[in-house]
Write a protein that binds this ligand. Structure first.
Ligand code: PHB
Length: 394
């Protein structure tokens, strides 16, 4: 602490040395503005560790590119691992961050049950909670202090249902992970697909922990549906794709469709040719063709060799942007004032244009249709159509 004050004091002194006699310096010139402490709670270990690694890397990159002070306040990132599976752990870490670390903002939240667990802590402490990853639609309703920078499942699912109904897909077998975002995806798909004339022939749910996709994929194959609709959370796509290939569903002519979590860019290279032809709708592809995204992907890959940035990473990057901009608007704002400042914020992200809907505190953004194609020997999600200004309900 002393060292920090000393170095700050030195900077202040250097700044004024040319204009004022040191003896005349007012005392307040030495007061240090309180830091902006961001408590980032993420799964850094366990089956969803890729989410934590992607988001923490993106948050660090944001600081590197935009400086570690905002509105004269130092930005401090405190990263804690919740392991991804135990809501009580996430809640305990959130409490510790609020009480002991006195964080300005809570952020991260890799899975829905973990975001649900932390929501009452944010409400009680009146601390903004920036949800960067978890995607169940109702999350922001759990606390007036929640603002989301990632995506919702209905938002990313409705466009693929519209596309399927228009592209000769009449009968679909649905498979989702059996927890809140899976149920959101299942519901959003079936509502949109059936209103467009399609039929869901069977709907199955696989467990979040230790799923075995093989028997479900065999049933899907036997159904002779035109397509398999899938939602699995990021981190699970590789296991599902392996079974999809081994069971010969692709060879049997069955298309794989869904929101883009199953072809997460973090794992896509490991999936290789098996993923080619998968058609999904999603708010982010590492192949998105814009100057902002090209610079983002190059910087992420330079800072994290071998890691292709995925959709969760932009939730983190844009979450940092939202925090910086809110602090600029309200340099010493309370939790309530920071949330107010976040409402209605609009910017161009590596994913494309986005905004925070002031009514729901949720993200409104472009959702793209994409197909996995080989480019220079590597699979990429290549965007071929877009739906603009898609809200949290899809
Ligand atoms: C979630 O738990 O809300 C979640 C996690 C990973 C995803 C999507 C949703 O890819």
């Amino acid at each position: 602490m002393k060292q920090r004050i000393d170095s700050h004091r030195r900077r202040v002194l250097q700044g004024v040395a040319g204009t004022a006699a040191l003896g005349a310096l007012p005392r307040f010139a030495f007061a240090q503005a309180a830091p902006v402490k961001i408590g980032l709670i993420l799964p850094m270990t366990g089956p969803f560790a890729s989410t934590g690694k992607q988001i923490s890397a993106a948050c660090k990159l944001y600081i590197e590119r935009n400086g570690d002070t905002v509105a004269g306040r130092k930005v401090e990132l405190i990263v804690k691992d919740d392991g991804g599976l135990q809501p009580e752990t996430t809640k305990r870490i959130a409490q510790e961050m609020v009480v002991q670390d006195k964080v300005t903002i809570l952020a991260g939240f890799g899975l829905t049950p973990l975001a649900f667990a932390a929501a009452p802590v944010a409400t009680e402490a009146k601390v903004p909670m920036v949800v960067m990853a978890a995607g169940t639609q109702i999350i922001p309703q759990r606390s007036p202090f929640i603002v989301r920078t990632g995506f919702t499942l209905p938002q990313n699912t409705a466009p693929i249902a519209t596309w399927a109904a228009k592209n000769k897909i009449k009968r679909v077998f649905s498979l989702v992970t059996d927890y809140a975002p899976g149920l959101d995806a299942e519901k959003a798909f079936q509502a949109r697909f059936s209103s467009a004339g399609g039929t869901t022939v069977e709907s199955v749910r696989t467990p979040l922990r230790n799923p075995d996709y093989a028997p479900f994929l065999q049933r899907a194959k036997d159904s002779k549906a035109d397509a398999l609709f899938v939602f699995v959370p990021s981190g699970e796509g590789l296991a599902l794709m392996k079974q999809f290939e081994e069971r010969g569903l692709k060879q049997a002519g069955m298309k794989l469709i869904g929101p883009g979590d199953v072809v997460d860019d973090d794992l896509l290279e490991s999936m290789g040719a098996a993923a080619v032809g998968v058609i999904t709708s999603m708010h982010y592809s590492a192949a998105h063709d814009s100057p902002e995204n090209k610079a983002y992907v190059a910087a992420m890959m330079k800072a994290n060799p071998g890691m292709r940035p995925n959709f969760h990473s932009v939730g983190g990057y844009d979450g940092m942007h939202l925090i910086y901009e809110a602090v600029k608007k309200q340099p010493n704002g309370s939790g309530e004032q920071l949330v107010e400042a976040m409402k209605g914020m609009k910017w161009v992200s590596p994913r494309g244009p986005m905004m925070i809907d002031p009514a729901t505190r949720d993200v409104v953004q472009t959702v793209y249709l994409r197909e996995v194609k080989m480019v220079n020997g590597q699979p990429w999600n290549i965007e071929f159509a877009r739906f603009e200004n898609v809200g949290p309900a899809g």
